[in-house]
Design a protein around this ligand. Structure first.
Ligand SMILES: [Zn+2]
Length: 128
């Protein structure tokens, strides 16, 4: 992926296929979690490589974070570091609900995985 990459306009066909891949990767996760990841897709920006990981920023969505809006304003984004597969780390792990998030995997990471799938599929289509 090219650095500083965002999705400006969603290709519905690619989006559906990427969502399917996310569901296959996380079969035990709720539809609510999948929906939260989908809602965040346009908020994801791919920043670039850092060692063996991909680094993303996810613009902060106060509605889903459920934290007081006053505090939310100063954050701006979450930083997500993603290794291969499901392995990732999010800056929200340091937040007030960090234990729960770490255990369940936050939708910031899910959104970045979905973003990665999206571009994988897009690339495959271009080759055809
Ligand atoms: Zn997070």
């Amino acid at each position: 992926m090219e650095p500083q990459l965002t999705i400006k306009e969603i290709n519905p066909e690619v989006f559906i296929r990427a969502e399917r891949m996310l569901r296959v990767l996380f079969p035990n996760f709720s539809s609510g979690w999948i929906e939260a990841c989908k809602d965040r897709l346009l908020d994801v920006e791919y920043i670039g490589k850092e060692k063996n990981a991909d680094v993303f920023h996810v613009k902060r969505n106060i509605k889903f974070d459920g934290e007081p809006s006053g505090r939310g304003k100063s954050w701006g984004y979450r930083k997500v570091t993603l290794w291969s597969g499901k392995s990732g780390f999010c800056s929200c792990f340091f937040g007030p609900y960090s234990y729960k998030r770490r255990k369940e995997l936050c939708s910031h990471i899910g959104a970045c995985i979905l973003f990665r799938f999206y571009f994988q599929i897009l690339k495959q289509q271009e080759k055809v």
